[in-house]
Design a protein around this ligand. Structure first.
Ligand SMILES: C[S@@+](CC[C@H](N)C(=O)[O-])C[C@H]1O[C@@H](n2cnc3c(N)ncnc32)[C@H](O)[C@@H]1O
Length: 407
């Protein structure tokens, strides 16, 4: 086993110029780090990066999404599209309305609702359009986030509370309507691999005193090896070596479980990522891991476990393959910008003009959501349907499904 070169926390702090967390947050992070080290000892000196990421994000009571701190918005670590502007959720509502119109009595299920702001704005828009779902179900893994969502809805949309139900697991019954998830797939734990000297290695997590580090070992996990064989067989050009990347082994079962409950309607997923041949591109030889702490983005997942978000981009081809294998139809794939425009973003923004002139705040929000250098191109919308043949409004101007399969 090789120990990858890895600086200490304090060294990275200085290099990355991350703000130093307050003492209580630091103590919280150290307590979680101790729990992770215990797992490493139990694992004989190392654990998969997938397990590290799972604990850093979701360890009950300690993980980034399980403990009670502000994660979203200006006071948190990052801003998601629903926080950039209510226009985002209003556009999603318009896509929901189209599907719900064809499925009377249909429901909406939102996965990973985060701050709850998307649910709030989406429900308000559906109410204004006279198109409310029978039920708005929220599956949120973090107990603290569920509490925050409830507080928000009690304060802002108390009259809609009777329609909202929180779930801890997927519903037992079949669902007719819409399943939506914004920036959830990038938060699923991934394994990290490296291609070196013609051999697939796994980058596992070990520790040296207080510091976590990468451990590179020839891959002995059949599931990872099989997944990599599938991926590499489809790539149009050989990858340079050494080449480091991630594989999301959880996305496929995740999607299959959603498919299993969707009896009729739409599954709409919005996230950042690429078709497979762009994800595993020769130039992307450092992978796509991205961490956020106090609005600084960097690539070191071992800093401040429990205090920073850790994400990996989405392989949209893998999602599409999983969906097709489970009997869903691929109904659209496009950039966030084109999806929002298809849902009527320009008209919604124009409606907020003041004295015939564009509202500057709204114009700035539209730019943030749609410009290629902001969220417009990096984020994609992908739609899967079952028993819903109508073309979806969000993909009416641009549908790039063919890019998923181009090798
Ligand atoms: C980056 S946040 C996005 C929050 C929100 N959708 C937004 O756009 O602001 C990721 C969310 O996914 C949730 N999450 C992670 N894994 C999940 C899973 N398997 N099922 C449902 N939610 C999950 C997290 O708890 C968190 O709320």
């Amino acid at each position: 086993m090789l120990q990858a070169d890895h600086s200490s926390w304090s060294g990275f702090d200085q290099e990355l110029q991350l703000p130093v967390p307050p003492a209580s947050a630091h103590a919280h992070s150290q307590a979680l780090a101790a729990l992770i080290r215990e797992q490493i000892h139990e694992g004989g000196g190392n654990i998969s990066f997938e397990r590290y990421m799972e604990m850093a994000l979701y360890a009950p009571g300690w993980g980034y999404y399980s403990a009670g701190a502000t994660r979203f918005g200006p006071d948190g670590d990052f801003i998601t599209a629903p926080q950039v502007s209510p226009l985002f959720s209003r556009c999603i509502a318009r896509q929901c309305r189209q599907v719900l119109a064809g499925i009377p009595g249909g429901d909406v299920l939102e996965l990973g609702a985060g701050s709850g702001i998307m649910a709030q704005d989406l429900l308000l828009e559906l109410e204004a359009l006279n198109a409310l779902p029978a039920n708005y179900l929220i599956l949120e893994t973090g107990a603290d986030l569920r509490r925050r969502q409830k507080e928000l809805f009690c304060a802002r949309i108390p009259h809609l509370l009777p329609r909202i139900t929180w779930l801890e697991t997927l519903p037992e019954h079949a669902l007719r309507g819409v399943i939506i998830a914004n920036e959830v797939l990038d938060a699923l734990p991934v394994v990290r691999v490296a291609l070196d000297n013609g051999t697939l290695h796994e980058l596992r997590t070990g520790h040296d005193g207080d510091d976590f580090h990468w451990l590179e070992t020839p891959c002995r996990d059949d599931q990872i090896a099989a997944a990599w064989n599938n991926i590499s067989a489809e790539l149009p050009t050989p990858l340079p070596e050494p080449y480091c990347t991630e594989i999301n082994l959880r996305a496929r079962p995740w999607l299959r479980s959603m498919s299993a409950i969707l009896q009729q309607g739409l599954m709409l997923l919005i996230d950042y990522g690429y078709p497979r041949h762009e994800y595993y591109h020769p130039q992307r030889d450092r992978g796509t891991l991205l961490c956020h702490y106090r609005h600084r983005a960097h690539e070191d997942p071992f800093i401040y476990p429990g205090l920073q978000d850790i994400t990996a981009s989405v392989d949209f081809t893998a999602l599409a393959q999983a969906a097709l294998d489970s009997g869903l139809q691929l109904a659209g794939y496009t950039s966030q910008a084109h999806f929002l425009i298809g849902c009527g973003l320009a008209e919604l923004a124009d409606a907020q003009a003041e004295n015939g002139a564009p509202n500057p705040v709204v114009s700035a929000q539209v730019k943030h959501l749609t410009l290629p250098g902001e969220m417009g191109e990096r984020f994609k919308a992908i739609a899967f349907t079952r028993d819903f043949p109508n073309p979806l409004v969000g993909f009416q101007f641009m549908d790039q499904q063919n890019r998923l399969w181009r090798g």
